[in-house]
Design a protein around this ligand. Structure first.
Ligand SMILES: NC(=O)c1ccc[n+]([C@@H]2O[C@H](COP(=O)([O-])OP(=O)(O)OC[C@H]3O[C@@H](n4cnc5c(N)ncnc54)[C@H](O)[C@@H]3O)[C@@H](O)[C@H]2O)c1
Length: 251
């Protein structure tokens, strides 16, 4: 028996990193997983490896910053299963740089994916989640929603908004028994953080601020997503779970 047997799940940005780990984790617990990513080949690779492992998954190229892509994504689910039990707003990116030099184009790019994409998916996915009768919407926020680090202002601003949106949607979607929660990872080893973590000085500074003295793995974030996806968290909505080795708790 899997903890997500008979559940239908969709993960955005599931071609790599945390999203791919979440897709694998959900499928290994019995869910059928819609794997979507702006990089269609990466999405297909994730779905193929899930199927090779005996799970159920299908892939689709979806850019969450494009309204027509998101509409097509939910049409696919509508035609395939007519409902969604778990929806994970994972797609995200970062453009680092000093705030005072940030171009309009960079800001718009971060916002279009990290915030507008999350808003669009959370809004347009409502009807499919409602039909589940026990829907779970999971948003990827970040420790950066509540902490400051230089060169991450644009990213932090979008993640702060994702955290605020999560709380409001938890209230608004509750009458439909749709739970809405957020994950706030610290530093997880993926392509998103690879460059920063390769810098020895930054690497050490971050480890010094992490009580568990290591970075996290995508699978460790996926385990927390599984908690929010499953009935283990049936009475939890509007929560934000830090998956950060204690970083947010430390001084
Ligand atoms: N890695 C970390 O330390 C960390 C920490 C906190 C929060 N997060 C959040 O977790 C999520 C996943 O991050 P990750 O580390 O796995 O990143 P990643 O770069 O490894 O993977 C992100 C995936 O999203 C896809 N993507 C990018 N833009 C997209 C778009 N417009 N539409 C659809 N897909 C798109 C990419 O193709 C990629 O497959 C992000 O929201 C990120 O902000 C990550």
């Amino acid at each position: 028996m899997g903890r997500l047997d008979d559940r239908i799940a969709l993960v955005t940005g599931a071609g790599n990193g945390i999203g791919a780990a979440v897709a694998h984790c959900f499928a290994s617990e019995g869910a059928f997983v819609y794997v979507t990513d702006v990089d269609g080949d990466a999405a297909e690779r994730t779905a193929a490896s899930i199927r090779e492992a005996g799970g159920q998954a299908t892939a689709q190229a979806v850019d969450v910053s494009r309204g027509q892509d998101v509409s097509a994504m939910f049409r696919t689910v509508e035609q395939g299963h007519g409902r969604l039990d778990v929806l994970v707003n994972n797609a995200g990116l970062n453009v680092r740089g000093d705030f005072r030099h940030m171009s309009d184009a960079d800001w718009v790019r971060i916002r279009e994916v990290n915030l507008d994409g999350v808003v669009r998916v959370a809004r347009d996915g409502f009807e499919l989640l409602r039909r589940s009768g026990r829907g779970s919407l999971i948003n990827l926020s970040s420790i950066m929603a509540s902490r400051g680090l230089r060169q991450l202002a644009g990213y932090s601003a979008t993640k702060g908004a994702v955290s605020a949106l999560t709380r409001t949607l938890a209230v608004e979607y509750a009458p439909f028994n749709i739970r809405v929660n957020a994950l706030a990872p610290g530093f997880i080893e993926t392509a998103l953080t690879a460059r920063v973590l390769r810098n020895p000085a930054i690497n050490k500074a971050l480890l010094d601020r992490t009580p568990l003295r290591r970075f996290g793995s995508p699978d460790e974030v996926a385990r927390a997503a599984l908690f929010f996806a499953s009935d283990d968290s049936a009475f939890i909505t509007g929560a934000e779970l830090a998956v950060d080795g204690g970083m947010a708790a430390a001084l």
